[in-house]
Design a protein around this ligand. Sequence first.
Ligand SMILES: [Zn+2]
Length: 397
Amino acid sequence: MWRSLLPLGLNPDTGGYRRFAWNAADLACREWFRSEAAARGLDVETDRNGNLWAWWGPRGPGAIVTGSHLDSVPDGGAFDGPLGVVSSFAAIDVLRARGFTPGKPFAVACFSDEEGARFGIACAGSRLLTGALDPDRARGLRDLDGVTMAEAMARADQDPETLGRDDERLAGIAAYVELHVEQGRALAFTESPVAVASAIWPHSRWRFDFTGEANHAGTTLLEDRRDPMLTYATTVLAARKKAKLGGAVATFGRLVVEPNGTNAIPSRVRAWLDVRAPGDEILAAVTEQIVQAARERAGRDGTAVTADRESHTPIVEFDHGLRNLLAGRLRQNFGAVPVLPTGAGHDAGILAAAVPTAMLYVRNPSGVSHAPGEHAEVRDCLAGVTALADVLQELAQ
Ligand SMILES: [Zn+2]
């Protein structure tokens, strides 16, 4: 499975993946999902929001669901998302080899547009499913080429008119367990190849528009400039400092410069800020400080800045009963496994608002994620499959 998935959407120049919602690579990944499901005799359906479901046996209420996503960030790694989907199919193989047949409806889910790389909203598929993303807003979101999500879906034969909260489907899920590569290296310092998730840090994405005046890079005196790049650069430094002081993390990772000429002072710099913190109050306070620093600097530079929050995900505490059940079952094969919080968002975090959810992490020796260096050792991945099979057997018996 891993070998057949690896070439899809690979950018040979960077070694990273460009599997963005509804692009050719994403459609190839969806096809891969269908063929792996078919190879196991699983029945695949696409839900109203573009998420894929592969059913082992009859559909129905009280379903045990596992899965993850196959899309990537720009030049992302091979493991974030795909490890969970591959492990889900592999766990079914393990359970069948054990002679196990689920006593409850059982599905592998592949959530659409988890990274939000194309339209800017993370976990769009699960947010639409749970009603956390307004369907009209989703349909109107545009990628950098001006293509709306509705247009991108229609081109992929996915009806954009059916988007929206799906109460019937949610009511049919008894538990969702997502296996994911660790996005840090807490496990690298332990004997354990796997961990159980405790919570997901709250997370906000903001768009900053710094506007100034385009002018000649050679003839415009420094004191005559209204340079939004200067305001932006100072804001990057402020974000780092405020995050460090507040115990948060803050990142400007995406930038659009106009006119983007080597010999021109920019007229506008548009930048996206990602802020995460252990709690909602810290997140709000740190973000406010960064916005304030940008405004103060704009005043001194003769530029203007607006800051708009594009998305917000509150803190997620995973279901305690399910978490304890996982940790208890894993003790049989793995001993006491670590229970870890994370700064990374996941579909399991979105679904947690509607159904009991839990997560398993697989050790990542370098901690690198969202980059080509993302990695997990084969033996740890196989331990992850065993762990997932163990907990699914416990839940679906
Ligand atoms: Zn992921």
